[in-house]
Design a protein around this ligand. Structure first.
Ligand code: ZN
Length: 166
């Protein structure tokens, strides 16, 4: 049996904690989003408990440095995933809807349908994927000319040089 499969409701009821480190290359969906070789490691910690409305809940932390391809210049850059999520567990979709209704606009909290055979690795990978930017970009692309930066950044010495040349 997969060591990452647990009865998540028991996990919460008993207030269990697990943590570990896994190769990004072993997370198929995440490594697909990464540029180049996904050689890094991902650290995670999962804490079960009973929280809001007396519901089972999970606190999940994920951290990793991944390489993403910049959508502007296509060159890879390093993006740090630092995520901490609170997940409230429901028994089924109907219950999940009911809890979501009570939460109103608490964006910090997610409701998921838990399982007695929950693959926690999947939760971890989902969380890492959600932490990725929708359109990854360098703040300033390497090789971008100084002229392009005028107006969006502090004046660069190169811009001054260009001005002199003109
Ligand atoms: Zn770029």
């Amino acid at each position: 049996m997969n060591a990452f499969v647990v009865d998540i409701f028991e996990f919460c009821r008993l207030g269990e904690r697990r943590e570990g480190r896994i190769a990004i290359a072993d997370l198929g969906r995440l490594s697909k989003e990464c540029a180049g070789s996904s050689s890094g490691m991902l650290d995670w910690a999962l804490q079960g408990g009973i929280g809001m409305f007396g519901r089972p809940q999970l606190t999940l932390s994920v951290s990793a440095s991944v390489q993403l391809a910049c959508q502007r210049c296509l060159a890879p850059f390093v993006f740090d995933i630092r995520s901490e999520s609170l997940l409230i567990l429901a028994r089924d979709e109907a219950e999940a809807d009911e809890i979501e209704g009570k939460l109103e606009d608490e964006d910090e909290v997610d409701v998921i349908v838990g399982s007695e055979t929950q693959d926690i690795l999947q939760l971890i990978e989902d969380d890492a994927l959600l932490a990725l930017p929708l359109s990854p970009k360098h703040e300033v692309c390497p090789g971008k000319t100084a002229l392009d930066e005028v107006g969006e950044n502090k004046p660069s010495p190169f811009a001054a040089l260009k001005a002199i040349k003109r």
